[in-house]
Design a protein around this ligand. Structure first.
Ligand code: UDP
Length: 510
């Protein structure tokens, strides 16, 4: 095969946030396991510390040519406090604008690091939100692929909404159908991501940044998607057709983890939490198959303590075993106070685990005791739930999470809504402690996916199982995602040949 004669050097530039960094590391591992491939992850020192253990394990287990190259985060120039190099580490959402400024100042540090790389890079895979990568790709004449940590459903919906602007003529609460999608999908304006609504990006002072992101997206050589064709075939096809872009679906990339050590290392903190992680698994071992509800609202969550309490009370009312992950330091004192005053933790201690720190989510979801997952519908969490055949209870709050809810509830039908209706402030934060979802709704949604008697519950669980089988198959030797990685490498080899010999004709499809 032509690609085997050339050496590829992929340079991966992840966005500094767990939901983009973790899948990029998985992508790096998948690529570096191929013959004649070197992969470099280009990131900042603190982000590198977060991923070093998993990279070292991979090198040890697979002998891959995989490395990390550092560049400095522009803290002083952007006003982002020293020691903070990722969105989730920001002490306040008031500093978001500074973080976006830092992202727009990456050209020089990235270029300096890029120049040093050997062998000479042959392809850049950069996060969509790092537009400086476009200039570097141009300067060094390498093809650049973008990664956005999302699905083709999301990419196509965004494309259709942007080109039709259908949401501009409706009120916030009015429902409208998105034109151009394979299924009849309707949204309310209040559910759309703020990056789409120009008044919101203006308010945050980031409209200029998003314009650059869009320009860089238009110029990209292709798109890498953490999804798989069997999950959203029509959306993949339609997205390729309407944009004319080369698209490679190579996921679910979290299935790149080979064993429990690997899955446990899929964390974003350098603190030693292994002992606690072992305890969670032991606790799970004590419950029957598919009996435990797992609740985690992602890596950025700033959900009001009052809302988290309501989730806890709903879980208590379900009378089923559960894990509730509170995470983070956001309003921690208030949260602890509410928990103590109510006495919830004490009342449920025989069957409920309330966790304050980072959990090994992929490892937990793959445990046979897990029976459902109440998720904020981040794409990674969604896909991790799907890959493990776990029915989902959807509680979208911000960003593209309402899109992902549509995928789960309407397209795949492997989950139910908990009843959140509108986009919340950044990362689910609500300064007034608003409670969108009451405990009764939580209990009701849990029953809808876990009931032993209800026929629709059974069907949801069966469909979830079927998609998990497809997800696992797609990552195996003859699976579509595995094949797409081969096609990507082949396409890039062809590109290199064209560069060396302009007489060679371009590849037409992906
Ligand atoms: N995650 C984890 N442990 C936690 C919280 C999150 O492993 O305690 C991982 C989760 O498995 C997923 C990622 O962090 O891979 C979160 O990404 P997602 O897109 O679901 O949501 P976001 O964090 O962007 O809101």
């Amino acid at each position: 095969m032509e690609s085997q004669e050339l050496h590829h050097h992929f340079v991966l530039i992840p966005l500094m946030v767990p939901s983009h960094l973790l899948p990029m590391v998985d992508i790096a591992k998948l690529l570096a396991r191929r013959k004649n491939v070197t992969v470099t992850l280009l990131t900042t020192p603190i982000n590198a510390d977060r991923i070093r253990a998993t990279i070292d394990t991979e090198i040890l287990q697979s002998g891959s040519s995989l490395q990390i190259q550092l560049f400095q985060f522009p803290n002083s120039e952007s006003g982002v406090p020293e020691g903070c190099e990722s969105f989730d580490a920001l002490p306040s959402t008031d500093l978001l604008q500074n973080f976006f400024k830092a992202l727009s100042l990456l050209q020089d540090p990235l270029e300096e690091a890029f120049e040093k790389l050997r062998p000479i890079p042959t392809c850049i895979i950069s996060d969509k939100s790092i537009p400086s990568a476009a200039d570097i790709a141009k300067k060094f004449q390498v093809p650049r692929l973008i990664f956005d940590g999302t699905s083709c459903f999301n990419l196509l919906s965004t494309h259709c909404l942007r080109s039709s602007k259908v949401y501009e003529n409706v009120s916030d609460s009015e429902s409208f159908i998105v034109p151009g999608l394979p299924n009849k999908i309707s949204f309310r304006k209040s559910q759309l991501p703020s990056s789409l609504i120009s008044s919101s990006t203006r308010q945050l002072g980031i409209s200029g940044f998003y314009e650059k992101v869009r320009e860089a997206e238009e110029e990209a050589y292709g798109v890498i998607v953490n999804s798989f064709e069997e999950l959203e075939e029509e959306y993949v096809k339609e997205y390729k057709r309407v944009t004319g872009r080369k698209v490679w679906c190579i996921g679910p990339v979290s299935l790149s983890t080979k064993d429990d050590i690997d899955e446990a290392q899929r964390r974003t903190t350098d603190s030693n939490e292994e002992e606690e992680e072992g305890q969670y698994l032991k606790w799970l071992d004590s419950w029957p198959a598919r009996s435990v509800i797992y609740v985690c609202l992602g890596s950025l969550s700033r959900v009001a303590p009052e809302q988290l309490m309501e989730l806890g009370l709903g879980l208590e009312a379900s009378k089923r075993p559960f894990i509730l992950v509170l995470r983070g330091a956001y309003k921690r004192d208030e949260m602890e106070k509410l928990l103590k005053e109510d006495g919830l933790e004490e009342r449920v201690k025989e069957r409920g685990l309330i966790i304050r720190g980072w959990v090994p989510q992929v490892l937990i979801l793959s445990h046979t005791a897990i029976g459902s997952f109440l998720t904020h519908c981040g794409w990674n969490s969604t896909l991790e739930g799907i890959s493990n055949g776990v029915p989902l209870i959807t509680f979208p709050m911000f960003s593209e999470q309402f899109y992902n809810e549509k995928v789960i509830v309407e397209v795949l039908q492997t989950g139910v809504k908990v009843g959140a209706e509108k986009h919340m402030h950044i990362w689910g934060e609500d300064k007034d402690g608003e409670v969108q979802v009451k405990k009764e709704k939580v209990k009701e949604a849990i029953e809808k996916v876990m009931s032993e008697d209800d026929e629709e519950s059974k069907r949801i669980r069966e469909r979830a199982k079927e998609y998990a089988e497809k997800a696992n198959k797609t990552m195996q030797k003859e699976g579509s995602s595995t094949l797409n990685i081969s096609l990507l490498i082949e396409d890039l080899a062809h590109f290199m040949r064209m560069k060396m010999n302009p007489g060679v004709k371009p590849h037409t499809n992906a």
